[in-house]
Structures are given as C-alpha cells and as structure tokens.
Design a protein around this ligand. Structure first.
Ligand SMILES: NC(=O)c1ccc[n+]([C@@H]2O[C@H](COP(=O)([O-])OP(=O)(O)OC[C@H]3O[C@@H](n4cnc5c(N)ncnc54)[C@H](O)[C@@H]3O)[C@@H](O)[C@H]2O)c1
Length: 348
C-alpha cells in the first residue's frame, strides 16, 4: 500500500449545533455513575454561562483537536462561552494551527503495523494518522514567524497572537483558517496560553530559529504567561474553569488564585470548576486529583464543582452541547481579554 492509501478518510469535527442533547442530559439526572456526574457538570457549566460576571477558562490536555473536537471549541469561542484558553502545545500548534494551514487528520487503525507507518512517514495517535511531511511544514512555519519578529522574550499568548496574525495576513489560508481556534481567538481577542510552548511542533521551529540566531533570539517566557493569566484573575473576581484532561493546563489555571494572593490581591477561589478526565486520584498526580482536593490548596470552591470520569470525545460535545442548546450563553458579552491585557497596567 502507498501513503495515499492510508491518508484518505479524514477526521471530521462534530457540530454540536446539529444535535439537541438537552432532553438526554436532563434524563441522566435520575441515572447513576458518570451519567449523573455528566448531568451535574452540564448544569454547572450552564450556570457559568448564565453568570454574566463569570470569566470562563477552558483548559485542554490530550489529543483533542486531532480527535474531532475542534468545532466544539470554535463554537464556544464564537458564542462567547469561553474567555481564555490554557492548553498543551499539541492541541494548539500541531493540531489546530496545522489544520489552519490546510492540512487534515485521517482516520487510522490502532492495530496497524507501526514499522510500515514509519517507512511512509505517517505518525499515529491511537486510531488517527498524520502526514509527517505536513507536520514539518507546521514546524517550519513557526520558525518563520519567529524569524519575522523582533528578537525579544514573548509570552506564549503574545506569540500565538502572531500566529493568528500570520493566518489573517496570508489569503492562501482563507478557507482553512475560518474554523481554527488560533484564528477565531485572534479575531475575538480571546487569549490562549500554552505554558509548555516548546513541548510540541512549536519547539522544533523555535529550536531552528534559536540555532540560527544565536544571541538575538525570540524566546518564550512562561513566567510572563503566569503573570498575564494572574492579571486576568485580578480583573475578574468571579471565575469558572472547565477542564478537559489534566496536566500542565489544569494546574496553571488553578494556581492563579494563589499567584494573585502572592501579589497581595484578595481574590476569591474559582467559583465553578468541572473536569472531564480518565485519570483517577490514586497515584497522587495532578491530572486525576479531585477538585475537592484542590479546595484544600485554596484554589477551587467546592459548592459548584464536578469531576466527570469519561473520555473527552464522548463527554465534551454532550456537556457543551447542553449549554449551547439551553441558550444561556446568549446574554454573554465579548470580554476581549487580549485587548485588556495589552492596555491595562495592574499595579500591586
Ligand atoms: N498528545 C499528543 O499527541 C502530543 C503531541 C506532541 C506533543 N505533545 C506534548 O506532550 C505533552 C503532554 O500532552 P498530552 O497530550 O499527553 O496531555 P497530558 O499528559 O498533559 O494529559 C494529562 C492527562 O489528561 C487526561 N486526558 C488526556 N486526554 C484525555 C481524554 N481524551 N479524555 C479524558 N482525559 C484525558 C489524562 O488523564 C492525562 O494523563 C504536552 O506538552 C503536549 O504539547 C503531545
């Protein structure tokens, strides 16, 4: 078989607008286990949407965008259901920006011989294939963007704005950029933070850039990310967090309550918190630590918190679809936190 035989059936992003899941999720209230947890999580997410004071943070870990969840996130952005995103680099660069450049993910087979795939330069994420040659173009594009910038430190948020600008200024991406998280966030002023920015396709581009520009390079300042996202908490006392998976994004957004306290601001804990995850708490790691546990650290209030133990491709479209079809987001305004961060000077 040739490479093209493996790369023919594309992953399609689910469109939550098409399926009214409200009656099903309402009925889950009287079930048990994760169905009841999903119902409560959906109710809490709906409360976050109704609460006009509440700034909503979305965190993304795992391979969500390659798996068909990009449309869910883009619908949240378009409808002001999310005000800031914290993610792993893979979701934002290798997967979303990659698709914005016109490339696609393909349906694959988890039992395929990986040596054959390696020969053909096809990368596999469980049952999904990626053309590695195209991923190299994504790496190089990040290097090109870095080469075009003033040589100084940037927060990942600032660099990702430049990625949105790049898509905006190049009409060859006119069709493919429209349903991109990076592009829609650029347009709507929604900040995206990727605290471990180099741990993905972006890293290859930045390594190439720094190797070729010794002493005068672009670098990514993760402390600046932390300060910027803490400023959002200082300016938005009421906050809710919707976490998909765990990892660095989960901890980063929870810690901003403590960081604001370190700067001597009296801020409340996150008022609402929901996590969809497959990790449990037995290993003591952050990814599966309960939100009740987070309250012992002063990060999350326990009144409106819910863990949902489910793989995200199943639970996320249902939960966001519930709030979408309830329509409670309609009263929400654009917060344009990117504009706020570039204009407001927070003093201690
Ligand atoms: N995932 C990839 O394909 C990929 C590719 C390139 C680079 N990376 C980098 O590797 C690092 C780790 O990222 P990661 O993707 O492994 O996430 P992660 O290790 O940060 O994920 C943390 C936890 O989230 C939970 N989780 C992940 N996917 C889930 C799902 N579908 N449903 C429910 N819970 C889920 C799991 O409990 C997991 O242990 C990041 O810096 C990322 O940029 C990842």
């Amino acid at each position: 078989m040739e490479k093209k035989d493996f790369l023919k059936d594309t992953i399609e992003h689910i469109d939550i607008k098409k399926y009214n899941v409200v009656p099903m999720i309402d009925a889950m209230k009287d079930m048990a286990f994760q169905a009841r947890n999903l119902n409560r999580g959906a109710e809490i997410f709906n409360m976050m949407q109704k609460d006009k004071e509440c700034a909503v943070f979305l965190t993304l870990a795992g391979s969500l965008i390659s798996a068909g969840l990009k449309g869910v996130v883009v619908d949240m952005i378009r409808n002001n259901m999310v005000d800031a995103i914290v993610s792993t680099g893979a979701n934002i660069v290798d997967q979303d920006f990659f698709e914005a450049l016109g490339f696609r993910h393909y349906k694959g087979d988890p039992f395929q011989n990986d040596a054959v795939l390696r020969e053909l330069a096809i990368d596999r994420i469980y049952d999904t294939y990626i053309n590695e040659d195209e991923l190299r173009v994504c790496d190089e594009t990040i290097g090109d963007i870095a080469n075009s910038l003033e040589k100084q430190p940037y927060s990942s948020r600032e660099f990702i704005i430049e990625m949105g600008k790049y898509l905006d200024e190049n009409d060859q991406y006119k069709a493919s950029r429209e349903d991109s998280i990076v592009y829609q966030c650029y347009k709507k002023g929604v900040p995206i933070f990727v605290p471990a920015f180099s741990d993905c396709s972006a890293g290859f581009g930045l390594v190439h850039h720094q190797w070729n520009n010794p002493g005068k390079q672009v670098s990514i300042d993760s402390a600046r990310d932390f300060l910027e996202i803490t400023k959002i908490k200082i300016h938005n006392k009421v906050t809710g967090i919707f976490m998909i998976g765990g990892g660095v994004p989960k901890n980063f957004v929870q810690d901003i309550v403590v960081a604001a306290e370190v700067l001597e601001f009296d801020v409340p804990m996150h008022k609402y918190a929901i996590q969809i995850t497959v990790a449990d708490e037995r290993d003591g790691a952050l990814s599966g630590s309960t939100l009740k546990e987070a309250s012992s650290w002063g990060k999350v209030d326990t009144t409106y918190e819910q863990m949902i133990y489910s793989e995200a491709t199943i639970a996320m479209p249902m939960l966001v679809g519930y709030a979408y079809h309830k329509g409670s987001y309609k009263e929400r305004m654009e917060r344009r936190l990117n504009d706020v961060l570039s204009t407001v000077e927070v003093k201690g």
